[in-house]
Design a protein around this ligand. Structure first.
Ligand code: SF4
Ligand code: SF4
Length: 170
């Protein structure tokens, strides 16, 4: 209850994974292309994560105000939901990228658009720097919608890394 109160006061998810939908670890470790992580714990009238998903991995909403639920076995890691979610609450994380690094596919709405090879600061949910990552790719899965930046970074950041910031001077 304390975590819930903190979430609604600050707008930041608190606690280990309060309100987050994490893939089952065994499936996640083996899934090339990655699996979706959704951090959307508040009831709001919104469902593009579901309507954009070509495999119904984000299940149909009984009520538009429902919070999303996920069948990770149906997720292909396509990132269409990442580009469609107005709350920037969907990510795809690929744990098969390398032994010690994951590929984090994050929504990005700032300009200029990042370029492959650029180095970025990795930020946690509160905007605190937690390390550095490298841009491996930038896509725009839905025309005129949010870009998706693919950043390689250490796997230890899995539970904290949620956005990026340009490292000035690099
Ligand atoms: S990444 Fe693709 S398949 Fe997975 S939940 Fe999002 S839209 Fe659906
Ligand atoms: S589209 Fe994003 S903000 Fe809207 S319900 Fe889905 S995850 Fe939440």
């Amino acid at each position: 209850m304390r975590d819930e109160a903190m979430l609604f006061n600050s707008g930041v998810l608190t606690g280990e994974r309060e309100g987050a939908l994490l893939p089952p670890r065994e499936l996640w470790e083996e899934k090339k292309g990655g699996l979706v992580v959704v951090e959307c714990p508040q009831r709001i009238p919104c469902n593009p994560c579901h309507t954009s998903c070509p495999t119904a991995a984000i299940r149909p909403f009984a009520d538009i105000n429902d919070t999303p639920t996920v069948d990770h076995s149906k997720c292909t890691g396509c990132t269409l939901c990442v580009a469609s979610c107005p709350g920037l609450a969907c990510f795809v994380i690929d744990l098969t990228f390398s032994e010690d690094r994951a590929l984090y596919k994050l929504p990005y709405e700032m300009l200029p658009v990042p370029e492959k090879g650029e180095t970025f600061q990795c930020l946690d949910r509160e905007g605190n720097p937690i390390g550095e990552g490298t841009v491996e790719n930038v896509t725009q899965p839905k025309k005129d919608r949010t870009y998706v930046v693919h950043v390689s970074a250490p796997k230890e950041m899995l539970r904290q890394f949620r956005s990026i910031k340009v490292v000035r001077g690099k």
